[in-house]
Write a protein that binds this ligand. Structure first.
Ligand code: KDG
Ligand code: MG
Length: 402
Protein backbone atom coordinates (compact mmCIF):
# COMPACT_ATOMS: atom_id res chain seq x y z
CA UNK A 1 0.00 0.00 0.00
CA UNK A 2 2.23 2.79 -1.34
CA UNK A 3 1.79 6.48 -0.65
CA UNK A 4 1.18 8.24 -3.96
CA UNK A 5 0.37 11.78 -2.88
CA UNK A 6 1.09 14.02 0.11
CA UNK A 7 -0.47 17.48 0.30
CA UNK A 8 0.45 20.20 2.78
CA UNK A 9 -2.60 22.39 3.33
CA UNK A 10 -2.26 25.79 5.02
CA UNK A 11 -5.56 27.46 5.86
CA UNK A 12 -6.96 30.12 8.18
CA UNK A 13 -10.60 29.38 9.08
CA UNK A 14 -10.65 31.65 12.13
CA UNK A 15 -6.95 30.96 12.79
CA UNK A 16 -4.02 29.33 10.99
CA UNK A 17 -3.73 25.55 10.66
CA UNK A 18 -1.31 23.30 8.77
CA UNK A 19 -2.57 19.86 7.75
CA UNK A 20 -0.89 16.99 5.94
CA UNK A 21 -3.05 14.74 3.79
CA UNK A 22 -1.61 11.46 2.55
CA UNK A 23 -3.15 9.38 -0.23
CA UNK A 24 -2.36 5.71 -0.92
CA UNK A 25 -2.41 3.93 -4.26
CA UNK A 26 -5.77 2.41 -3.24
CA UNK A 27 -7.21 5.87 -2.69
CA UNK A 28 -7.22 5.69 1.13
CA UNK A 29 -6.52 9.08 2.71
CA UNK A 30 -5.13 10.02 6.11
CA UNK A 31 -4.78 13.41 7.82
CA UNK A 32 -2.31 14.76 10.36
CA UNK A 33 -2.13 18.12 12.17
CA UNK A 34 1.15 20.03 11.75
CA UNK A 35 0.14 23.36 13.31
CA UNK A 36 2.78 25.20 15.36
CA UNK A 37 1.22 28.43 16.55
CA UNK A 38 3.04 31.49 15.18
CA UNK A 39 5.55 29.32 13.26
CA UNK A 40 3.13 27.56 10.89
CA UNK A 41 5.05 28.19 7.68
CA UNK A 42 8.28 26.72 9.11
CA UNK A 43 6.56 23.34 9.54
CA UNK A 44 4.76 23.62 6.20
CA UNK A 45 8.09 24.24 4.48
CA UNK A 46 9.87 21.44 6.42
CA UNK A 47 7.15 19.07 5.27
CA UNK A 48 7.00 20.23 1.64
CA UNK A 49 10.73 20.55 1.09
CA UNK A 50 12.15 17.71 3.17
CA UNK A 51 9.50 15.16 4.07
CA UNK A 52 6.97 14.87 1.22
CA UNK A 53 9.62 13.76 -1.32
CA UNK A 54 10.61 10.91 1.05
CA UNK A 55 7.04 9.75 1.50
CA UNK A 56 6.08 9.15 -2.11
CA UNK A 57 6.41 5.43 -2.81
CA UNK A 58 6.77 4.42 0.88
CA UNK A 59 4.63 1.67 2.40
CA UNK A 60 1.84 3.41 4.37
CA UNK A 61 1.54 0.39 6.67
CA UNK A 62 5.01 0.93 8.20
CA UNK A 63 4.21 3.49 10.89
CA UNK A 64 7.06 2.80 13.34
CA UNK A 65 9.68 2.43 10.61
CA UNK A 66 8.58 5.70 8.99
CA UNK A 67 8.79 7.46 12.37
CA UNK A 68 12.33 6.18 12.92
CA UNK A 69 13.28 7.02 9.34
CA UNK A 70 12.17 10.64 9.69
CA UNK A 71 13.63 11.02 13.20
CA UNK A 72 16.99 9.25 12.93
CA UNK A 73 17.31 9.73 9.19
CA UNK A 74 17.32 13.54 9.37
CA UNK A 75 20.36 13.42 11.70
CA UNK A 76 19.10 16.69 13.31
CA UNK A 77 16.87 15.50 16.11
CA UNK A 78 13.96 16.89 18.13
CA UNK A 79 12.71 20.48 18.15
CA UNK A 80 9.12 21.63 17.62
CA UNK A 81 9.38 22.09 13.84
CA UNK A 82 10.83 18.65 13.14
CA UNK A 83 8.61 16.88 15.66
CA UNK A 84 5.41 18.56 14.43
CA UNK A 85 6.26 17.49 10.88
CA UNK A 86 6.93 13.89 12.01
CA UNK A 87 3.71 14.03 14.05
CA UNK A 88 1.65 14.95 11.01
CA UNK A 89 3.01 11.99 9.02
CA UNK A 90 2.56 9.60 11.95
CA UNK A 91 -1.03 10.74 12.65
CA UNK A 92 -1.99 10.43 8.99
CA UNK A 93 -0.53 6.90 8.86
CA UNK A 94 -2.56 5.84 11.93
CA UNK A 95 -5.65 7.30 10.24
CA UNK A 96 -4.92 5.22 7.13
CA UNK A 97 -4.26 2.07 9.18
CA UNK A 98 -7.60 2.47 10.95
CA UNK A 99 -9.46 2.95 7.69
CA UNK A 100 -7.77 -0.09 6.13
CA UNK A 101 -8.58 -2.20 9.21
CA UNK A 102 -12.13 -0.83 9.37
CA UNK A 103 -11.57 0.20 13.02
CA UNK A 104 -11.39 3.44 14.98
CA UNK A 105 -7.76 4.15 15.90
CA UNK A 106 -8.37 3.58 19.62
CA UNK A 107 -9.17 -0.07 18.85
CA UNK A 108 -5.71 -0.42 17.29
CA UNK A 109 -4.21 1.06 20.46
CA UNK A 110 -5.72 -1.64 22.67
CA UNK A 111 -9.34 -0.59 22.92
CA UNK A 112 -11.18 1.38 25.59
CA UNK A 113 -9.83 1.82 29.09
CA UNK A 114 -12.74 4.10 30.09
CA UNK A 115 -16.21 5.18 28.99
CA UNK A 116 -15.41 8.79 28.17
CA UNK A 117 -12.58 11.33 28.16
CA UNK A 118 -12.96 13.82 31.03
CA UNK A 119 -12.27 17.31 29.77
CA UNK A 120 -11.73 20.65 31.43
CA UNK A 121 -13.19 23.94 30.27
CA UNK A 122 -11.74 27.43 30.57
CA UNK A 123 -13.43 29.80 33.00
CA UNK A 124 -11.70 33.11 32.57
CA UNK A 125 -12.70 36.72 33.16
CA UNK A 126 -11.21 39.98 34.34
CA UNK A 127 -12.98 39.81 37.68
CA UNK A 128 -13.62 37.07 40.24
CA UNK A 129 -17.38 37.55 39.86
CA UNK A 130 -16.98 37.07 36.12
CA UNK A 131 -15.01 33.87 36.63
CA UNK A 132 -17.62 32.49 39.04
CA UNK A 133 -20.32 33.11 36.42
CA UNK A 134 -18.31 31.36 33.71
CA UNK A 135 -17.45 28.41 35.92
CA UNK A 136 -21.16 28.07 36.77
CA UNK A 137 -21.89 27.90 33.02
CA UNK A 138 -19.46 25.01 32.66
CA UNK A 139 -20.96 23.19 35.61
CA UNK A 140 -24.42 23.62 34.06
CA UNK A 141 -23.11 22.07 30.84
CA UNK A 142 -21.89 19.05 32.81
CA UNK A 143 -18.17 19.79 33.03
CA UNK A 144 -16.41 18.13 35.96
CA UNK A 145 -13.20 20.15 35.67
CA UNK A 146 -12.61 23.86 35.13
CA UNK A 147 -9.46 25.88 34.60
CA UNK A 148 -9.63 29.26 36.32
CA UNK A 149 -7.77 32.39 35.10
CA UNK A 150 -8.56 35.96 36.13
CA UNK A 151 -7.24 39.41 35.59
CA UNK A 152 -4.79 40.72 38.18
CA UNK A 153 -5.45 44.16 39.72
CA UNK A 154 -2.88 46.62 38.36
CA UNK A 155 -2.10 44.56 35.20
CA UNK A 156 -3.94 45.39 32.02
CA UNK A 157 -3.53 42.14 30.11
CA UNK A 158 -3.09 38.75 31.75
CA UNK A 159 -2.51 35.34 30.19
CA UNK A 160 -5.58 33.22 29.56
CA UNK A 161 -8.19 35.92 30.07
CA UNK A 162 -10.63 36.38 27.18
CA UNK A 163 -11.12 39.87 25.79
CA UNK A 164 -14.83 38.96 25.47
CA UNK A 165 -17.01 35.91 25.10
CA UNK A 166 -15.97 33.34 22.52
CA UNK A 167 -12.83 31.41 21.71
CA UNK A 168 -9.63 32.44 23.52
CA UNK A 169 -7.02 33.23 20.91
CA UNK A 170 -3.63 34.55 21.99
CA UNK A 171 -2.11 34.90 18.48
CA UNK A 172 -3.21 38.09 16.78
CA UNK A 173 -1.11 40.85 15.29
CA UNK A 174 1.55 39.96 12.72
CA UNK A 175 4.14 41.50 15.06
CA UNK A 176 3.85 40.36 18.71
CA UNK A 177 1.91 42.62 21.05
CA UNK A 178 3.52 43.23 24.45
CA UNK A 179 2.04 42.85 27.93
CA UNK A 180 3.42 43.83 31.34
CA UNK A 181 3.81 41.27 34.12
CA UNK A 182 4.26 41.56 37.87
CA UNK A 183 4.93 38.37 39.84
CA UNK A 184 4.27 40.21 43.11
CA UNK A 185 0.79 41.38 42.08
CA UNK A 186 -0.04 37.94 40.69
CA UNK A 187 1.07 35.96 43.76
CA UNK A 188 -0.83 38.35 45.98
CA UNK A 189 -4.07 37.91 44.01
CA UNK A 190 -4.45 34.26 42.97
CA UNK A 191 -5.06 32.52 46.35
CA UNK A 192 -8.02 34.82 47.09
CA UNK A 193 -9.53 33.92 43.70
CA UNK A 194 -9.39 30.20 44.47
CA UNK A 195 -10.79 30.77 47.96
CA UNK A 196 -13.91 32.28 46.33
CA UNK A 197 -14.17 29.59 43.65
CA UNK A 198 -13.86 26.71 46.14
CA UNK A 199 -16.34 28.34 48.46
CA UNK A 200 -18.85 28.69 45.62
CA UNK A 201 -18.49 25.23 44.07
CA UNK A 202 -17.62 22.98 47.01
CA UNK A 203 -14.97 20.28 47.20
CA UNK A 204 -15.81 18.08 44.19
CA UNK A 205 -15.30 20.26 41.13
CA UNK A 206 -11.80 19.72 39.75
CA UNK A 207 -10.01 23.10 39.64
CA UNK A 208 -6.93 23.87 37.57
CA UNK A 209 -4.77 26.91 37.01
CA UNK A 210 -2.19 27.77 34.33
CA UNK A 211 0.85 29.77 35.48
CA UNK A 212 2.22 29.84 31.93
CA UNK A 213 5.91 29.55 32.82
CA UNK A 214 5.99 32.88 34.70
CA UNK A 215 7.56 31.97 38.03
CA UNK A 216 10.90 30.75 39.30
CA UNK A 217 10.81 27.43 41.16
CA UNK A 218 10.85 29.05 44.60
CA UNK A 219 8.05 31.46 43.60
CA UNK A 220 6.11 28.50 42.24
CA UNK A 221 6.66 26.67 45.53
CA UNK A 222 5.12 29.63 47.35
CA UNK A 223 2.13 29.67 45.01
CA UNK A 224 1.62 25.92 45.35
CA UNK A 225 1.71 26.20 49.13
CA UNK A 226 -0.75 29.07 49.20
CA UNK A 227 -3.17 27.09 46.99
CA UNK A 228 -3.07 23.91 49.08
CA UNK A 229 -6.26 24.73 51.04
CA UNK A 230 -8.19 24.82 47.73
CA UNK A 231 -7.05 21.36 46.59
CA UNK A 232 -6.28 22.08 42.95
CA UNK A 233 -6.12 19.17 40.51
CA UNK A 234 -3.06 20.85 39.04
CA UNK A 235 -0.97 23.96 38.80
CA UNK A 236 0.20 24.11 35.18
CA UNK A 237 3.61 25.16 33.87
CA UNK A 238 4.59 26.81 37.17
CA UNK A 239 8.12 27.49 35.87
CA UNK A 240 9.90 27.02 32.55
CA UNK A 241 10.86 23.34 32.40
CA UNK A 242 14.10 23.43 30.44
CA UNK A 243 15.80 23.06 33.85
CA UNK A 244 14.06 19.84 34.81
CA UNK A 245 15.87 19.51 38.15
CA UNK A 246 14.51 22.96 39.10
CA UNK A 247 11.20 21.26 39.81
CA UNK A 248 12.78 19.49 42.82
CA UNK A 249 12.57 22.81 44.63
CA UNK A 250 8.84 23.15 43.94
CA UNK A 251 8.18 19.55 44.99
CA UNK A 252 10.09 19.93 48.23
CA UNK A 253 7.68 22.62 49.42
CA UNK A 254 4.19 21.84 48.18
CA UNK A 255 1.66 19.06 47.64
CA UNK A 256 -0.21 21.00 44.94
CA UNK A 257 0.02 18.68 41.91
CA UNK A 258 2.02 19.89 38.92
CA UNK A 259 1.30 19.58 35.19
CA UNK A 260 3.82 20.47 32.50
CA UNK A 261 4.48 19.77 28.87
CA UNK A 262 2.57 21.80 26.31
CA UNK A 263 5.88 22.97 24.81
CA UNK A 264 7.54 19.55 25.01
CA UNK A 265 8.33 17.79 21.79
CA UNK A 266 10.14 14.65 22.89
CA UNK A 267 10.37 12.13 25.69
CA UNK A 268 13.72 13.66 26.61
CA UNK A 269 12.00 16.93 27.59
CA UNK A 270 10.38 15.15 30.53
CA UNK A 271 12.73 12.22 31.20
CA UNK A 272 13.95 13.59 34.55
CA UNK A 273 10.68 15.26 35.49
CA UNK A 274 8.96 11.90 35.16
CA UNK A 275 11.61 9.51 36.47
CA UNK A 276 12.16 11.64 39.60
CA UNK A 277 8.39 12.06 40.04
CA UNK A 278 8.73 15.84 39.93
CA UNK A 279 5.40 16.24 38.07
CA UNK A 280 2.00 14.58 38.18
CA UNK A 281 0.72 15.19 34.64
CA UNK A 282 2.44 15.41 31.27
CA UNK A 283 0.61 17.83 28.96
CA UNK A 284 2.37 17.08 25.67
CA UNK A 285 0.24 16.85 22.51
CA UNK A 286 0.01 14.60 19.49
CA UNK A 287 0.99 17.41 17.11
CA UNK A 288 4.03 18.81 18.91
CA UNK A 289 5.38 15.58 20.42
CA UNK A 290 5.93 13.39 17.40
CA UNK A 291 2.45 12.01 16.81
CA UNK A 292 0.46 9.15 18.29
CA UNK A 293 3.50 6.84 18.22
CA UNK A 294 5.80 9.07 20.26
CA UNK A 295 3.17 10.49 22.60
CA UNK A 296 2.10 6.96 23.51
CA UNK A 297 5.75 6.19 24.27
CA UNK A 298 5.86 9.22 26.60
CA UNK A 299 2.65 8.21 28.37
CA UNK A 300 3.79 4.57 28.73
CA UNK A 301 7.02 5.81 30.30
CA UNK A 302 5.06 8.18 32.57
CA UNK A 303 2.81 5.33 33.72
CA UNK A 304 5.80 3.61 35.34
CA UNK A 305 6.13 6.60 37.69
CA UNK A 306 2.43 7.22 38.52
CA UNK A 307 2.41 10.22 36.18
CA UNK A 308 -0.76 10.75 34.15
CA UNK A 309 -1.62 12.41 30.86
CA UNK A 310 -3.17 15.86 30.62
CA UNK A 311 -2.98 16.68 26.96
CA UNK A 312 -2.91 20.25 25.78
CA UNK A 313 -6.00 21.03 23.72
CA UNK A 314 -6.06 24.74 22.98
CA UNK A 315 -7.76 25.99 19.80
CA UNK A 316 -4.41 26.36 18.03
CA UNK A 317 -4.30 22.55 17.76
CA UNK A 318 -6.62 21.59 14.94
CA UNK A 319 -9.62 19.24 15.20
CA UNK A 320 -7.30 16.64 13.61
CA UNK A 321 -5.04 16.81 16.67
CA UNK A 322 -7.99 16.70 19.06
CA UNK A 323 -9.48 13.69 17.25
CA UNK A 324 -6.13 11.87 17.52
CA UNK A 325 -5.70 12.85 21.18
CA UNK A 326 -9.08 11.35 22.04
CA UNK A 327 -8.11 7.94 20.62
CA UNK A 328 -5.05 7.96 22.88
CA UNK A 329 -6.96 9.36 25.88
CA UNK A 330 -9.61 6.65 25.76
CA UNK A 331 -7.10 3.81 25.44
CA UNK A 332 -4.12 4.51 27.72
CA UNK A 333 -4.19 3.24 31.32
CA UNK A 334 -2.83 6.46 32.85
CA UNK A 335 -5.16 9.08 31.37
CA UNK A 336 -5.61 12.15 33.58
CA UNK A 337 -7.53 14.96 31.88
CA UNK A 338 -7.91 16.42 28.40
CA UNK A 339 -8.03 20.17 27.79
CA UNK A 340 -11.00 21.18 25.63
CA UNK A 341 -11.70 24.54 24.05
CA UNK A 342 -14.33 24.12 21.34
CA UNK A 343 -13.15 25.45 17.98
CA UNK A 344 -14.84 28.29 16.13
CA UNK A 345 -17.74 27.20 13.91
CA UNK A 346 -15.82 28.02 10.75
CA UNK A 347 -12.93 25.79 11.92
CA UNK A 348 -15.32 22.90 12.52
CA UNK A 349 -16.74 23.38 9.01
CA UNK A 350 -13.31 23.06 7.42
CA UNK A 351 -12.49 20.02 9.60
CA UNK A 352 -15.63 17.83 9.67
CA UNK A 353 -15.40 15.36 12.53
CA UNK A 354 -17.47 12.93 14.57
CA UNK A 355 -16.02 13.21 18.09
CA UNK A 356 -18.65 14.58 20.44
CA UNK A 357 -19.10 16.21 23.84
CA UNK A 358 -21.66 14.98 26.37
CA UNK A 359 -21.93 15.56 30.12
CA UNK A 360 -18.35 16.59 30.73
CA UNK A 361 -16.83 13.90 28.51
CA UNK A 362 -15.53 13.88 24.97
CA UNK A 363 -16.09 10.69 23.01
CA UNK A 364 -13.76 9.70 20.17
CA UNK A 365 -15.19 8.89 16.78
CA UNK A 366 -16.40 5.34 16.13
CA UNK A 367 -15.61 5.64 12.41
CA UNK A 368 -12.67 3.75 10.92
CA UNK A 369 -9.48 5.81 11.36
CA UNK A 370 -9.48 9.07 13.29
CA UNK A 371 -12.96 10.21 12.24
CA UNK A 372 -11.87 13.66 11.06
CA UNK A 373 -11.09 15.14 7.65
CA UNK A 374 -10.25 18.42 5.96
CA UNK A 375 -12.53 19.92 3.33
CA UNK A 376 -9.82 21.10 0.95
CA UNK A 377 -12.09 23.23 -1.24
CA UNK A 378 -13.44 25.11 1.76
CA UNK A 379 -9.94 25.38 3.27
CA UNK A 380 -8.73 27.11 0.09
CA UNK A 381 -11.17 29.96 0.78
CA UNK A 382 -9.28 30.93 3.95
CA UNK A 383 -5.73 31.98 3.07
CA UNK A 384 -2.95 32.11 5.69
CA UNK A 385 -2.72 35.30 7.78
CA UNK A 386 0.48 36.05 9.71
CA UNK A 387 -0.33 36.01 13.46
CA UNK A 388 2.22 36.01 16.27
CA UNK A 389 1.98 35.06 19.93
CA UNK A 390 2.44 37.96 22.38
CA UNK A 391 5.51 38.90 24.37
CA UNK A 392 5.67 39.53 28.10
CA UNK A 393 7.84 42.07 29.93
CA UNK A 394 8.39 42.90 33.59
CA UNK A 395 7.42 46.39 34.75
CA UNK A 396 11.00 47.61 34.17
CA UNK A 397 10.96 46.36 30.56
CA UNK A 398 12.88 43.10 31.04
CA UNK A 399 11.71 40.38 28.66
CA UNK A 400 9.97 37.62 30.63
CA UNK A 401 8.58 34.19 29.74
CA UNK A 402 5.13 34.22 28.10
O1 KDG B 1 -0.08 28.47 21.32
C1 KDG B 1 0.02 28.64 22.69
C2 KDG B 1 -1.26 28.21 23.36
O2 KDG B 1 -1.65 26.95 22.92
C3 KDG B 1 -1.10 28.18 24.85
O3 KDG B 1 -0.78 29.43 25.33
C4 KDG B 1 -2.37 27.69 25.51
O4 KDG B 1 -1.29 27.55 27.66
C5 KDG B 1 -2.16 27.18 26.89
C6 KDG B 1 -3.08 26.16 27.35
O5 KDG B 1 -2.88 25.66 28.44
O6 KDG B 1 -4.01 25.84 26.61
MG1 MG C 1 -1.01 26.09 29.26
Amino acid sequence: MRIVDARVIVTCPGRNFVTLKLVTEDGVTGVGDATLNGRELAVASYLSEHVVPLLIGRDAARIEDTWQYLYKGAYWRRGPVTMSAIAAVDTALWDIKGKVAGLPVYQLLGGRSREGVTVYGHASADTVDGVLARAADFVRQGYRAVRVQTGVPGLSDVYGVHAGPGVYEPAGAAVPTEAVWSTERYLDHVPAVFARVREEFGPHLKLLHDVHHRLTPIEAARLGKSLEPYALTWMEDPAPAELQEGFRLIRRHTTTPIAVGEVFNSIWDCQRLVSEQLVDYVRATVVHAGGITHLRRIFDFAALYHVRSGSHGATDLSPVCLAAALHLDISIPNFGLQEYMPHAEVTDEVFPHTYRFAEGYLHPSEEPGLGVDIDEELAARYPYKPAALPVNRLEDGTLHSW
